[in-house]
Design a binder for this molecule. Structure first.
Ligand SMILES: CSCCC(=O)C(=O)COP(=O)(O)O
Ligand SMILES: [Mg+2]
Length: 225
């Protein structure tokens, strides 16, 4: 019996194009000014220092901006980049420049599952802050009250089985009572290797994925927890 559902975001609750054509370009446009004007904030400075370490340790802030822009362009799932993106997207959401894209079926089914007593979680490469924003500012209202918790790559990479074992330990549930939803085969394989149940979302956007032996859903309406 499934007691908790963990969902990925990009390609699962949310369109790839929103992330690639709205969020990433916004962070590319605003990052240089954000680093110059907000670099004094302790949380921003800490993320910049973490990014600098990953970049080899010797670049100044201007050089680091160039590295960060390259990481955005090549979609690097690196925690300090994701942390900085979350902080700068906050301004875009608050100013109404964009809303978080969530498929209608996802918003509706998440509400139903919550009402049925299932515990809901998010696991995404986007920072926990970015996850709260995307679900906090949707055309369907604030969906964050539906979730019991958020996990980002600080728990480990999404293609690594121990990350799912760590999440399940934190949930305090047997792994086979936890369902993971994603559009990425390697993430589903890693979750299954740790004993979780899985469904593969194939929303027809982007290149077709080979789901392997994972059950396939074209929308959340197909998912049977
Ligand atoms: C949390 S919203 C921003 C999405 C993002 O930055 C990202 O890398 C999406 O990764 P996911 O693990 O949700 O596919
Ligand atoms: Mg995804």
């Amino acid at each position: 019996m499934v007691r908790a559902i963990i969902t990925d975001i990009e390609g699962t609750t949310t369109s790839l194009s929103f992330v690639k054509e709205v969020l990433f370009p916004y962070s590319t446009r605003h990052l240089p000014d954000f680093v110059r004007s907000q670099g004094h904030r302790p949380e921003v400075r800490q993320l910049l220092d973490e990014a600098r370490k990953l970049a080899g340790g010797t670049v100044d802030d201007e050089g680091l901006v160039g590295v960060l822009l390259k990481w955005i362009e090549t979609d690097q799932k690196l925690a300090p980049l994701k942390g900085l993106q979350g902080l700068l997207w906050e301004e875009g959401y608050r100013q109404g420049d964009f809303q978080g894209h969530v498929y209608e079926d996802a918003a509706r089914r998440l509400r139903e599952w919550h009402l049925q007593g299932l515990r809901l979680y998010v696991y995404s490469s986007g920072s926990e802050h970015a996850q709260r924003l995307i679900f906090g500012y949707t055309p369907f209202g604030d969906l964050t009250p539906l979730f019991s918790g958020y996990f980002d790559t600080r728990v480990g990479g999404k293609k690594e089985a121990p990350s799912y074992a760590a999440i399940v330990r934190e949930l305090g549930l047997p792994a086979d009572e936890v369902l993971f939803l994603s559009d990425v085969r390697e993430e589903l394989d890693a979750a299954r290797a740790s004993g979780l149940r899985t469904w593969c979302l194939m929303r027809g956007e982007g290149p077709a994925v080979d789901p392997g032996t994972h059950p396939v859903a074209h929308s959340f309406d197909d998912v049977r927890p």
